[in-house]
Design a protein around this ligand. Structure first.
Ligand code: BEZ
Length: 188
């Protein structure tokens, strides 16, 4: 699948006059909400693991030196914690462009901290997209991130802001914190 997903996403969901839709954020959407929203609540989704397995040549890297950003990998029994935003459907026009590098919108059940549930949408970059990089040792991921810089800023800033946001959400994401450890201790 081509990495440019704008047109595919535009045709993927019909909002049929709905006033608002829940969007689940597990990466940069947690700490960079550059869009209007009606409500913001910590939430979780089940069966998905956050991984720095998606390449970024348009935000946190370049074609010559791609960075790494997060996507979700299906993993039964795993809970992914993040932030849910209730947004007007028109906001997807902006988000589909922002997340155009391989991310498709999927429907997901989500659970808020008080146990309430709702259906929402989540952007996932699946292994079929051409920018998908896949697994690597966390030390190597940290090295790649340390050397990457793109139009949205340094890749290490993305990782460090995400790690801080997850700590604020009281999340224990061993993958993200493992990469953070190697980034902060490059000689380890
Ligand atoms: C997110 O924070 O949910 C997100 C991360 C990367 C691309 C799209 C969405």
């Amino acid at each position: 699948m081509s990495a440019n997903t704008i047109e595919i996403n535009r045709q993927r969901h019909r909002f049929d006059g709905r006033e608002s839709v829940w969007l689940f954020g597990y990466g940069s959407l947690i700490f960079k909400a550059d869009f209007p929203y009606l409500e913001r609540r910590p939430a979780s989704i089940e069966g998905w693991a956050r991984r720095f397995w998606q390449g970024s040549h348009d935000h946190r890297g370049t074609v010559e030196s791609p960075g790494r950003v997060v996507t979700l990998i299906e993993q039964p029994g795993v809970t992914c914690r993040g932030m849910a935003y209730r947004i007007s459907p028109e906001v997807f026009d902006h988000l589909d462009v922002r997340e155009k590098n391989g991310y498709l919108r999927f429907t997901t059940p989500l659970t808020f901290d008080n146990g309430e549930q709702a259906e929402g949408l989540v952007y996932i970059a699946t292994p079929e997209n051409t920018a998908f990089l896949g697994p690597a040792h966390e030390r190597d991921i940290a090295r790649q991130i340390a050397g990457a810089h793109g139009p949205s800023g340094p890749n290490d800033e993305y990782l460090l802001r995400l790690a801080d946001s997850l700590r604020e959400l009281a999340d224990e994401d061993a993958h993200v914190f493992g990469i953070e450890h190697y980034l902060r201790n490059p000689d380890y």
